[in-house]
Ligand binder design. Sequence first.
Ligand SMILES: *[C@@H]1O[C@H](CO)[C@@H](O)[C@H](O)[C@H]1NC(C)=O
Ligand SMILES: *[C@@H]1O[C@H](CO)[C@@H](O)[C@H](O)[C@H]1NC(C)=O
Length: 255
Amino acid sequence: MSISQILTLTALATGAVAQLKSCSNNGTLSCQSSSKAPTCCYNYPGGALLQTQFWDSDPSTGPSDSWTIHGLWPDNCDGTYQSSCDSSRAYTNISAILKEQNRDDLLSYMDTYWVNNDGSNEEFWEHEWSKHGTCINTIKPSCYNNYTPQEEVGDFFQQVVDLFKNLDTYQALSSAGITPDDSKTYELSDIQSALSKLHGGLEPYVGCEDDSLDQVYYFFNVAGNAIDGQYVPAAPLEKSNCPSSGIKYSPKSSN
Ligand SMILES: *[C@@H]1O[C@H](CO)[C@@H](O)[C@H](O)[C@H]1NC(C)=O
Ligand SMILES: *[C@@H]1O[C@H](CO)[C@@H](O)[C@H](O)[C@H]1NC(C)=O
């Protein structure tokens, strides 16, 4: 047993488990209040949280019947965003942190569904955490009771994965007859309408590269903190860059 595991067990035994301060007032819904005071229960200025996904077909990454995770990005409710908010927490050991926190299942899920198309997965996760994760004000160390260093890092990655698991883009498209097929093209409105069924009737942002479907961003406002709070689907803050018709959806190469 490692020192950190012993410390964790000791913490459990004494009830001193690190956790985010509770938001018993249910929190104010981010982006929907005029309040400009960031608190541990109110995401500000990054009040819109975007669960972003990729469809990487060239080169292909991830399972051929699933989109993959890009990240969770705080946006200032207007299409602008802060980035790289705390260099002191720009960790270069995400895998080690997750292992130390006994989050092995999370790590193996990420190795399948949160993959880099140009470098190591670890590098991609470090980038997503330091550029975007450190800007989520409700998961700062000061928002924890009995904070243990890097606790918020594990909470962040778990939350992104939990959101992703409820946003199965591949399945939603496939249920509407929209499947990867080089001999077909699709209408933007059909893609948006299929995906809005996953998202409280609200369209996500749909992105294309060279008329080929390659990204989706699901926008949320959050009541409470970004981990325990309630994620409420929100309308996109960006307009799709896809053409209205003739959209390609290329199969991933099986390798
Ligand atoms: C919290 O939720 C309860 C039950 O849904 C509601 O009655 C109450 O008004 C909410 N409080 C705040 C501050 O939103
Ligand atoms: C990860 O890196 C940070 C910063 O260097 C360090 O404080 C922490 O102990 C490291 N954690 C693990 C599990 O290696």
